[in-house]
Write a protein that binds this ligand. Structure first.
Ligand SMILES: [Fe+2]
Length: 313
């Protein structure tokens, strides 16, 4: 009953117009643009849905204001859906809410609504630029590497939540849904992946206080490092504010760029994360410090017009 990744996420927002403008600038493909319902997709068919935050079909929010309201995980078959639903139903302590779009929904210990469906994602027919390295100086011959005008995210890669009840939420995802630990900040954060083989994490749970619950960010995979830069520069030109980026995480190895999202939390472009298998040994004792968060990073981003760091005001 392996989960294969994030199939659909749903935001509940105060301002539908800002949400539509942001995700269009972000590079998502619009599928539905109604006054109170937006649906976008990435290149692999991952879906990003936006509703008004007081939409009665949404489960209760886990924080006030615009935020993420639902994560639908993709699986391979209907038998997998049935097995996961049966598993959760056999645990009466797991709250269930009314089904929506034919998907049975539950509430995880952190208050996030989740469900499962047979994945509607597909392999996107796109390629990243090949890097010429010292040992492979001719990996890319007679070909410039791409300069992107803007990003077109390939998929929804991971979600990150503030989870005050970190241990309980980790236990739920590991014991009931089969997630595995990839790395850990003891008592502070845990990187989880839904499959033994795959990207470094599909979910990161972070405890910043005894009470803070909510969405930290949703990460969108792009083709390569150059698309992280091209996407970040474009979103800056559109007037959206970078929190931090570009930069690089030592944990997962990925290049990142984080932007304030009017739908809640941050949106991240990222590329070149570690690919793990069942042989991976998690490091369970990462120390919380600046250098473990970012090898390097630019606070506030880069001006998309001048292509230089923003000057202090
Ligand atoms: Fe991330």
């Amino acid at each position: 009953m392996a989960i294969t990744g994030i199939d659909r996420i749903t935001y509940g927002v105060e301002d539908m117009a800002s949400a539509q403008r942001f995700f269009t600038d972000w590079g998502l493909k619009p599928l539905t643009t109604e006054a109170e319902h937006l649906l976008f997709s990435t290149q692999d068919g991952s879906q990003i849905e936006v509703c008004k935050l007081d939409n009665p079909e949404l489960a209760p929010a886990f924080e006030t204001g615009s935020t993420l309201r639902e994560v639908i995980w993709g699986v391979e078959s209907q038998a997998d859906v049935d097995a996961l639903v049966a598993k959760l139903k056999s645990h009466p302590e797991v709250p269930q809410v009314a089904a929506r779009d034919g998907i049975e929904r539950f509430i995880d210990p952190n208050g996030m609504c989740i469900g499962f469906r047979v994945s509607e994602r597909h392999h996107a027919p796109v390629k990243g630029s090949v890097m010429n390295t010292y040992d492979r100086p001719d990996a890319r011959i007679d070909e410039r590497s791409t300069v992107y005008d803007r990003a077109e995210p390939v998929k929804v890669g991971h979600v990150v939540f503030f989870a005050p009840n970190l241990e309980q939420t980790e236990q739920f995802y590991r014991e009931l849904l089969g997630f595995q630990v990839s790395d850990r900040y003891p008592h502070r954060g845990v990187f989880l992946r839904c499959n033994p083989a795959g990207g470094h994490h599909d979910m990161f749970l972070l405890r910043v206080s005894e009470t803070r619950r909510g969405v930290n960010h949703v990460a969108f995979t792009v083709r390569d490092i150059h698309e992280v830069f091209g996407g970040g520069l474009h979103i800056s030109r559109c007037g959206w504010k970078t929190q931090i980026g570009p930069g690089r995480h030592p944990i997962s190895s990925a290049y990142f760029w984080y932007v304030n999202n009017p739908c809640g939390g941050l949106a991240e472009y990222y590329s070149d994360e570690d690919y793990l298998t069942a042989d991976w040994q998690p490091k369970e004792d990462w120390v919380t410090c600046n250098e473990n968060y970012a090898e390097w990073a630019i606070n506030g981003g880069v001006d998309g017009h001048t292509r230089r760091q923003y000057l202090p005001e």
